[in-house]
Design a binder for this molecule. Structure first.
Ligand SMILES: Cc1ncc(COP(=O)(O)O)c(C=O)c1O
Length: 420
C-alpha cells in the first residue's frame, strides 16, 4: 500500500506492508491492517508490561486530557506529576532517591543523565570529570548523547556522533573495568549500565556488579542504572538494581513507566546528587516541552496502582518460571535451539542454522517473519529471537506462544530448504 509514513528501522522496500501495520491491540493480542491477528510476545517494544488496553490507565489518561490537557514541568510544576515523582521514589525503596526528573524517551533521558553527571562533578569542583563509561553491547538510545553511549556500530561515525568523551568496557570483565578506572577513574563522571543488557538479554554477574559498586565508592563517579527496559517487574524485582549490593546514584526508567501509553521517561536522583544542586541553587540545562505533563503523571500513577492491584512483580515471576520450563523443553526438542539467556520476562534464545552456524541477519529476519506468519510477534535477537511477554501472561497464553514459535521455526526450516 502507498503511504507517507516513514517507519523507523525498516528499509524502504518493507514500507507500506499491511501485515506490519497494526490497527488495534487488547490484552496480549495485536490486530493488523491485513485482517490478521497475532499473539504479542514482546509487550509492544518491551513497554506494555500489563498488556494492551488497560482500562484504569486509559480512564486516568482520558480524565487528565479533559481536565489538564497540557500542564508541563518546564519552569512550572503540575500536581499529577508531583504525585508520580513521590510515588516513584517510594517504590524504588526508602529515602535513597529524593528527586525525579522527567523526559520523553529513554534516549533523551540518557542525554539528561550525561549532562547531570558532568554538572554534578563541576559543581563539586571536579570539572575534569567528563568521561562517561558504558558497556560493549549496551543500548541507550539514538539521540546524539545516548547514541555515543550505545556501543553497537549503528552508523555513529556517518552521523557525526562525538564519542571522544565516551569509553566502553566488556560486560562482566572485572580486569578491564579495573584497568580503565585505575587509569581514568579521576576523569570519569558516570558509568551507565543496563542490569540486563537488552540486546541478547545478557545478565551482569553479581561479582562484576559488586566490583562496579566498589569502584564507584573508591573513585566517586556516578553509578547509573539504565532500567529503561528492566524496570517495573520486567526481570523479577520492581527495579533490577534493587538486587545490587549498592544503590545506583541515578536510575533511568521509561518504556513500562506508563505501560507504553505516553512518550515518557523518568530519572530518579539519589539525595546526595540532588544536594549538590540544591546547595548551590543550580539549574540543570535540560528541559523538554512534553516531559512530565499532567497526562503523563496520570498515566504513571494509574500504572503504579495497576501494578499493585495485579501484584505484577509476583505475576511476572510466575510467567518467568513458565518460561524456564518451556524454554528448556524447546531446547531439548529443537536441534536448532542451542541456548537461552536472561531472566524474568526478558529472554533471548540463540539458534543455529542447518550447518550448525549461529543465525545472523537474514536468518534472524526469516525466523521472526515465519513466527509472525505462525501467529506470534517475537523480537529479533543477536542470533535468534527474544521473548519479552507481558507480566500477566496466562499459562494458556504461554503455551500458545511456544506453539507458535515452534511452528515458526518449522516454517523457517522449510523456507530455507525450499531455497536450497
Ligand atoms: C536500556 C535502554 N536504554 C535506552 C533505550 C532508548 O529508549 P528510547 O527508544 O525510548 O529512546 C532503550 C530502548 O530500547 C533501552 O532498552
Amino acid at each position: 500500500m502507498t503511504t507517507s509514513l516513514w517507519p523507523s528501522f525498516l528499509p524502504p522496500s518493507a514500507h507500506g506492508d499491511d501485515a506490519r501495520c497494526m490497527v488495534g491491540a487488547r490484552g496480549v493480542r495485536l490486530r493488523f491492517a491485513d485482517g490478521s491477528s497475532a499473539l504479542c510476545g514482546t509487550s509492544g517494544l518491551w513497554n506494555a508490561n500489563l498488556g494492551y488496553g488497560n482500562k484504569a490507565i486509559a480512564k486516568a489518561v482520558a480524565s487528565a486530557m479533559d481536565d489538564a490537557s497540557y500542564l508541563g514541568t518546564f519552569r512550572w510544576e503540575n500536581a499529577p506529576i508531583r504525585e508520580a515523582a513521590d510515588r516513584l521514589c517510594a517504590v524504588a525503596g526508602g529515602d535513597w532517591f529524593t528527586r525525579v526528573l522527567f523526559s520523553t524517551s529513554g534516549g533523551a533521558a540518557n542525554d539528561l543523565v550525561m549532562k547531570l553527571a558532568r554538572q554534578h562533578h563541576a559543581l563539586r569542583g571536579q570539572a575534569q570529570r567528563q568521561l562517561v563509561v558504558g558497556l560493549r553491547g549496551g543500548y541507550h538510545g539514538l539521540t546524539f548523547g545516548a547514541f555515543a553511549l550505545t556501543s553497537d556500530e549503528m552508523g555513529q561515525q556517518q552521523y557525526g556522533v562525538d564519542r571522544r568523551l565516551v569509553r566502553h568496557v566488556e560486560p562482566n570483565d572485572i580486569g578491564q573495568l579495573q584497568r580503565l578506572l585505575e587509569r581514568f577513574g579521576h576523569q570519569v563522571a558516570a558509568v551507565v549500565v543496563e542490569p540486563v543488557l537488552g540486546t541478547g538479554a545478557v545478565e551482569l554477574t553479581p561479582e562484576w556488579v559488586a566490583e562496579l559498586v566498589r569502584q564507584r565508592d573508591q573513585h566517586g563517579f556516578l553509578l547509573v542504572a539504565d532500567e529503561v527496559a528492566t524496570g517495573f517487574g520486567r526481570v523479577g524485582d520492581f527495579f533490577a538494581s534493587q538486587a545490587w549490593p549498592g544503590e545506583p546514584d541515578l536510575l533511568v526508567t521509561s518504556k513500562a513507566l506508563t505501560n507504553g501509553t505516553c512518550a515518557a521517561a523518568a530519572v530518579l536522583v539519589a539525595s546526595h546528587v540532588w544536594e549538590t544542586f540544591r546547595e548551590q541553587d543550580a539549574v540543570l540545562g535540560h528541559a523538554e516541552t512534553q516531559a512530565g505533563t499532567a497526562v503523563t503523571g496520570a498515566a504513571i500513577n494509574a500504572m503504579l496502582d495497576e501494578m499493585a492491584k495485579h501484584d505484577a512483580v509476583m505475576a511476572g515471576r510466575l510467567v518467568s518460571e513458565r518460561l524456564d520450563h518451556h524454554l528448556a523443553q524447546l531446547m531439548s526438542d529443537e536441534e536448532s535451539v542451542v541456548s537461552f539467556r536472561g531472566r524474568g520476562c526478558f529472554r533471548a534464545v540463540a539458534m543455529v542454522d542447518c550447518d550448525g552456524v549461529p543465525l545472523t541477519g537474514d536468518g534472524v529476519s526469516e525466523l521472526v517473519t515465519q513466527v509472525r506468519r505462525a501467529g506470534a510477534v517475537v523480537h529479533p535477537g543477536p542470533s535468534g529471537f527474544q521473548l519479552v511477554p507481558a507480566l500477566l501472561y496466562t499459562e494458556a497464553e504461554t503455551e500458545e506462544l511456544f506453539d507458535r514459535v515452534r511452528d515458526g521455526i518449522a516454517r523457517a526450516r522449510r523456507a530455507v530448504r525450499a531455497v536450497a
